[in-house]
Design a protein around this ligand. Structure first.
Ligand SMILES: C[S@@+](CC[C@H](N)C(=O)[O-])C[C@H]1O[C@@H](n2cnc3c(N)ncnc32)[C@H](O)[C@@H]1O
Length: 564
């Protein structure tokens, strides 16, 4: 009868001990007592530290830890001075090393984080279950776990670490009764064990299926119950925003663009935290305009107000401060000024197929900027931020170490080349751009011996050659005939056994994704975003053969081509 009596224990309301049928189960008292788990041990803590106790409230072993957690599959995670590890019921260590964090065993595997920051699963002996390391790895359930790679994409792996379906999602959950919650660029959905969507619709959020039905929230704020075909069975809450509301909001996108631009131009994010009257006086605004501007920034979730009437920058707003390593301050000015004026000519652009910026200013954007040092600085700084952010994961996508030298044509301030040279220590790099862009640029000191900036024209003979040429977000600036001329110059500059890498967004014809950026290219430069098929045709016309396309996880894809 005393066997597994602990299964009937509950925790006392003050949390200091366990209770059995209304009476204390033992005389000891702790700072904190947690639930008993098989084989009949509970984590507790007192002045001596954290450890496990038997159903008599007595220590199961002499060691003490900073924290102790429940036993799962006869193994418990503990946090010691040296790090996290698992112990067995007799208190002995399951393995010798320690981790930055340990989870609990589920399905014979346990997720652990190494001190370097990467996650993996260990088996019941404490040995790594596979070679791969992940940005994050979750618990196993029914033989599958979620693993996230460094570009932020998630998939399902099995207990040996093999990919179950090989499909990657922005976010993912484990399987519940054969379906998993998954998130792609369009929203949340349910997928089957093959990683395939079980219906077309996407939602703002979804719950797991429960006896064939799931509760979901639509982007319009509605709450519904759906079946496994995605059909709505019941509406629990009507839509919060109607199509008229969402359309009206899209139509006043200019309010957001210009309020953000004004706040950056006035230097508001350099002044916060501050009260609105301080913002008003320091930026030279008319009476009460500080309060009105700050209220608008609050609505945009760029500033928040505390109880003392002081405005602080939010997590989003901090990206508009000039000191942030990924500051979008110059991007805010760029979108709010030249781009903004040029977009007013979009109808003319659509009628003529040509850039309204060119029509208005009489020059292409690059020639126009060349004569305006302020705008050149804004433009190059904006693209430098996007490059630093969007190209971070590129070295993990492709082994540029097989090349001896890369030439980044139209490479701006060189951020992409710096990223690659840091990742591949034997690689040399040349950044080519217009003279006014590169004339005062120098590589970081650590890369100086392997990197140089050269002035060159994309349309004339290039002043350098290499076994790898990169054109990142360059072709989309140009209409087809100019893009083809650039590819022909690239063909001349590249070794016979070299490779060409295009870093470009590829248009998705099924979803329309990329369509607005395509409008932007039309208006600003007369250029275009293109589909993979269009890139393949253009590459072939310039003497290349397209080999493959890889997603970078951030806006653009990498198209790899070799001389035909
Ligand atoms: C959209 S930016 C892309 C910059 C960089 N590759 C990136 O991905 O962030 C286009 C670049 O092409 C450069 N460019 C434009 N016309 C050029 C020309 N005729 N010769 C050389 N570079 C040019 C611009 O100065 C600018 O740096």
């Amino acid at each position: 009868m005393t066997v597994q009596i602990w299964r009937e224990y509950t925790i006392a309301p003050d949390g200091t001990h366990h209770v059995h049928r209304g009476r204390p189960a033992y005389t000891s008292r702790f700072h904190e007592a947690l639930k008993f788990h098989p084989p009949g041990l509970a984590p507790v803590s007192d002045a001596s530290g954290a450890y496990h106790v038997t159903p008599d409230g007595l220590p199961a072993y002499p060691e003490r830890y900073l924290r102790a957690f429940g036993f799962y599959e006869d193994r418990a995670a503990v946090h010691s001075d040296a790090g996290w590890l698992h112990i067995l019921p007799d208190g002995s260590r399951l393995y010798t090393q320690t981790y930055a964090w340990c989870g609990n065993f589920q399905g014979g595997r346990c997720s652990v984080r190494q001190f370097g920051g990467s996650y993996l699963h260990i088996d019941q002996d404490g040995a790594p279950a596979y070679q791969e390391r992940y940005r994050y790895a979750g618990d196993f359930r029914d033989g599958a776990a979620v693993a996230q790679r460094d570009d932020g994409q998630h998939t399902h792996i099995d207990a040996q670490g093999s990919l179950i379906h090989g499909i990657w999602f922005d976010d993912l959950d484990v399987f519940h009764k054969g379906y998993a919650r998954a998130c792609d660029s369009a929203g949340w959905l349910h997928v089957n064990m093959r990683g395939q969507p079980i219906y077309e619709t996407r939602f703002k959020s979804v719950e797991p299926f429960y006896n064939g039905q799931a509760r979901v929230e639509g982007f319009d704020g509605s709450l519904s119950i759906i079946n496994e075909s995605g059909a709505t069975l019941l509406t629990l809450r009507p839509p919060r925003s109607s199509p008229l509301d969402t359309l009206s909001s899209d139509m006043v996108g200019l309010w957001r663009t210009q309020t953000i631009r004004a706040a950056v131009e006035l230097g508001v994010f350099e002044i916060l935290p501050a009260r609105s009257d301080t913002v008003e006086s320091r930026t030279g605004l008319a009476p009460s305009m500080g309060a009105r501007l700050m209220r608008a920034l609050q609505e945009l979730d760029l500033a928040r107000l505390d109880d003392d009437s002081v405005y602080h920058t939010t997590e989003r707003g901090i990206l508009l401060a000039r000191a942030h390593p990924f500051s979008l301050a110059d991007a805010a000015l760029m979108w709010g000024k030249e781009h903004y004026s040029a977009w007013s000519g979009i109808v003319e652009s659509l009628r003529s197929g040509e850039s309204s910026f060119h029509k208005m200013s009489g020059q292409n954007i690059f020639d126009w900027i060349a004569g305006r040092p302020g705008e050149l600085e804004t433009f190059q700084s904006a693209f430098s931020t996007y490059a630093k952010h969007d190209y971070r994961a590129l070295p993990e996508k492709l082994d540029f170490g097989v090349h001896s030298a890369i030439l980044d044509a139209g490479g701006g301030r060189g951020d992409l080349v710096f990223t690659l040279l840091r990742a591949f220590p034997a690689l040399r790099g040349v950044v080519m751009d217009r003279a006014e862009v590169v004339e005062s640029l120098k590589p970081p000191r650590a890369l100086a011996a392997r990197c140089q900036f050269v002035a060159g024209d994309l349309f004339a003979e290039w002043p350098a050659s290499a076994d790898a040429v990169i054109l990142a977000r360059v072709l989309h600036d140009w209409p087809d005939h100019d893009a083809l001329r650039i590819l022909e110059r690239a063909r001349d500059a590249i070794d016979e056994r070299g490779k060409l890498y295009l870093v470009e967004m590829t248009l998705d014809e099924s979803s329309g994704s990329g369509g607005l950026l395509d409008m932007n290219m039309l208006v600003m430069t007369g250029g275009a975003e293109r589909t993979e098929r269009q890139f393949a045709q253009m590459l072939e016309a310039a003497g290349f053969r397209m080999q493959k396309t890889l997603p970078t996880g951030f806006v653009s894809s990498i198209i790899v081509a070799s001389p035909a």
